[in-house]
Design a protein around this ligand. Structure first.
Ligand code: ARG
Ligand code: ASP
Length: 715
């Protein structure tokens, strides 16, 4: 047994070690290209990113600034997730045309639906501009001055660096301020909705299955990019024409198996892989548990109401999903960090680094970083905790408090900028509030308030508690506020905001709800926020030096990748199952059979369209079934992804599309802080399931015809 383990460590570990990381596509030559080929890739780094010829990167735009999409036809057809296109699908939906419930398909281009404000951004080229950005910075004395100078340099360079008139320059920092890269981009603003399956397919499993493997969601939607007659970006016009891409992905129907090479290109938003152990310890033991407790309480209350009352379910479904998404992620993350012993791994890494610093004679520059981190994280602890409680309780999860906080900011605007600014902002606020109150139910929020204010009063650091929250009876306070405050209805709010600035502010301050929010916010804004910012700035500066030390003192072969920052990255690995718990093994592919197993007629998470059940019963899968006649639905692999990678193309060894990324497995959500190839997996919809839905379920042959399909060779 011992021998076997040793063998495993010796042979499996180095192989696994080639996985993980989100790499910059223009910097793959060398180590990454060698690893990718070793894992089975058949194409070259130049095929993925090239400035001279078309390459894969030309088919991968950032979708609406938050998700990823990929071009899958010569006519600018793009694929992304259902949850990424959700708002647009929703905005076209009415009671008569409920596209969220029933799906939407354009059978002709004229039927495609324009979307105000939706945009996609392509990358034209990437260049290193570090020396330009850091010019004149080193000689400055304070961190604040340095940051200011860097921001000035970036602003100037964005304006002056060469680009075409229809392009943009965007400079982003990598490795916490140790490298700056310029992205020259093209943004298209005429993007039309082409197709979306019913939510019972596109959101199948909803919150229960969110972050979960085995998964059975057909999380995709289709859009099309339109350009002007010169194929350049243009605002919406009926005269625009379908965009001709420099590259589009052929779609492979050949199928996948465990251990196949895969890679994912996309725009991961934010990771923190190089946090020191002190920070990770705080996240695991204090910050995540605090945030989870608050959301747990809020979600339980809302769920109770939603299950009993259909109108409330409709009002709260989308809010609930968004709060539940990160609640569930943090629980998985915390468990995963503990189980993988990320803390000890970080501590050992730090000890080794300290030794290297001493060996290299770099004590003067780096010798004290870890000590400073330790002190600084100890000092920031209470402030960070207070900040999270404030954010979660006041700004995010108790609606009446979040409304009050918006008004509090309005009063601040009056104090700092005067009547005119106040009125502008007030008018905007009234419009925003109309939308917020539409989905507000005072009975639900009173119960949320009662739970959350109690957590705030008993769990958040005592020294930042206003007198209004000392020794409270939460039930009494809740009923008092909800009986007396005008913030409990839109009409009440409008009454409060009616009049000139002076009288509005007077009325606000007499309102019990507002007065409570103000007392909490005053303490936060005066005693927590500035100190937090000050120490956070120190941590940012330390992190930059720490990262510099890591880059400088690690061996050439070390796999050091920059944290995600919403720029284009590539990650690669293998299709692979995992072991989530003792005696449990998950295989890497799910099938339509599993969708049917989960089917609960009439349920709001697990219902299915009749047509899909019929297609299953008759096994009418056409050319999309696998070689055993089964319909694949989703699969997992060791690609290192995060929020923002939703909608990313999953590609095979030849750069053909085999799937669409949309999630990660729950046990591996810690990958934002510590990636472990043993348990971190990304989840993708199989391209064959997407085509089956488009073709067989929706009958949108027009769309399949414009794609390039790669069929399995007949034996
Ligand atoms: N967990 C996925 C990602 O973070 C999907 C979220 C959308 N789905 C949902 N049921 N809320 O964002
Ligand atoms: N579901 C995430 C997204 O929307 C992807 C992830 O966090 O893995 O980007």
């Amino acid at each position: 047994m011992k021998f076997l383990r040793l063998l495993l460590i010796l042979f499996v570990a180095p192989l696994f070690a080639q996985q993980g990381g989100m790499w910059v596509p223009s910097l793959l030559k060398g180590m990454n290209e060698a690893e990718m080929k070793n894992l089975g890739m058949k194409i070259t780094a130049e095929d993925i990113y090239s400035v001279n010829k078309s390459s894969l990167k030309d088919a991968v735009p950032h979708f609406d600034g938050g998700c990823t999409a990929e071009v899958i036809s010569p006519k600018g057809l793009i694929l992304t997730n259902h949850h990424c296109g959700y708002d647009n699908i929703q905005s076209h939906s009415t009671v008569e045309h409920d596209y969220l419930t029933n799906g939407f398909w354009a059978y002709k281009m004229e039927e495609e639906l324009p979307n105000k404000d939706l945009f996609v951004t392509f990358i034209v080229r990437i260049e290193d501009v570090t020396s330009k950005v850091t010019e004149g910075v080193a000689s400055l004395a304070t961190e604040a001055e340095k940051q200011k100078k860097i921001q000035e340099n970036i602003a100037t360079l964005n304006k002056t660096l060469p680009k075409e008139s229809w392009q943009e320059n965007q400079i982003k920092t990598f490795f916490d301020g140790n490298q700056y890269l310029l992205f020259v981009t093209e943004t298209f603003r005429d993007v039309r909705l082409v197709g979306a399956p019913p939510s019972s397919i596109g959101k199948f499993g909803s919150d229960t299955d969110n972050w979960v493997w085995p998964r059975h969601t057909g999380d995709f939607s289709l859009f099309r990019i339109y350009a002007d007659k010169n194929n350049r970006p243009a605002e919406y016009s009926k005269d625009n024409v379908p965009y001709t891409p420099k590259h589009f992905f052929p779609i492979s129907l050949k199928g996948i198996q465990e251990n196949d090479f895969t890679m994912v290109m996309g725009y991961p938003g934010r990771t923190q892989e190089y946090l020191p152990s002190f920070a990770v310890e705080q996240i695991v033991n204090e910050l995540n548990p605090a945030k989870i407790e608050v959301r747990d309480a809020a979600l339980k209350v809302q769920d109770g109401f939603m299950r009993k009352d259909n109108a409330i379910k409709i009002q709260y479904a989308s809010k609930y999903a968004s709060v539940a998404n990160y609640w569930k992620k943090w629980i998985g993350e915390t468990k995963g960090l503990k189980k993988s012993d990320a803390l000890s791994i970080k501590q050992k890494f730090e000890k080794d680094l300290q030794t290297k610093i001493e060996k290299a004679g770099k004590q003067a520059e780096y010798g004290n970083i870890l000590n400073e981190f330790k002190t600084n994280y100890a000092n920031i602890r209470e402030y960070a905790l207070a900040r999270d409680y404030f954010t979660e309780v006041v700004q995010r999860n108790t609606e009446i408090l979040s409304f009050g906080f918006r008004l509090y900011q309005l009063e601040q605007v009056y104090n700092s900028k005067g009547e005119q600014a106040f009125n502008d902002r007030k008018n905007n606020a009234i419009t925003t509030f109309e939308g917020l109150y539409k989905d507000f139910n005072a009975n639900v929020d009173e119960k949320v308030f009662e739970q959350l204010i109690n957590i705030y009063a008993t769990k958040s650091p005592k020294q930042f508690l206003p007198s209004t929250l000392q020794n409270i009876n939460a039930t009494q306070l809740a009923s008092d506020i909800f009986k007396n405050s005008k913030l409990t209805s839109y009409n009440g709010l409008k009454e409060l905001l009616n009049g000139d600035a002076k009288s509005v502010i007077e009325k606000l301050n007499q309102d019990k709800g507002y007065a409570l929010v103000k007392s909490i916010s005053d303490v936060y804004i005066k005693n927590v926020f500035p100190r937090f910012e000050e120490m956070n700035l120190k941590n940012i500066a330390l992190q930059r030096t720490y990262m510099k030390a890591i880059l400088e003192l690690s061996p050439k072969s070390a796999r050091i990748f920059p944290d995600a920052n919403s720029t284009l990255r590539i990650t690669y690995g293998k299709v692979k199952g995992y072991k989530p718990a003792d005696a449990v093994t998950y295989t890497p592919i799910t099938y339509l059979d599993g969708v049917i197993e989960k089917y609960i007629p009439g349920d709001y998470e697990f219902d299915l369209p009749k047509k899909l059940v019929d297609l299953y019963n008759t096994k009418d899968y056409g050319r999309y079934a696998d070689k055993n006649g089964k319909m694949p639905v989703a699969f997992i692999a060791t690609n290192h992804t995060t929020g923002g990678n939703s909608g990313s193309p999953a590609l095979d060894a030849n750069g053909n599309l085999i799937g669409l990324n949309f999630d990660r497995v729950w046990e591996g959500t810690m990958s934002d802080i510590y990636y472990s190839p043993e348990i971190c997996r990304n989840i993708m919809v199989d391209a064959r399931y997407i085509l089956f839905i488009v073709d067989k379920f929706a009958g949108a042959k027009n769309l399949v015809e414009e794609m390039k399909l790669i069929l399995p060779s007949k034996k």
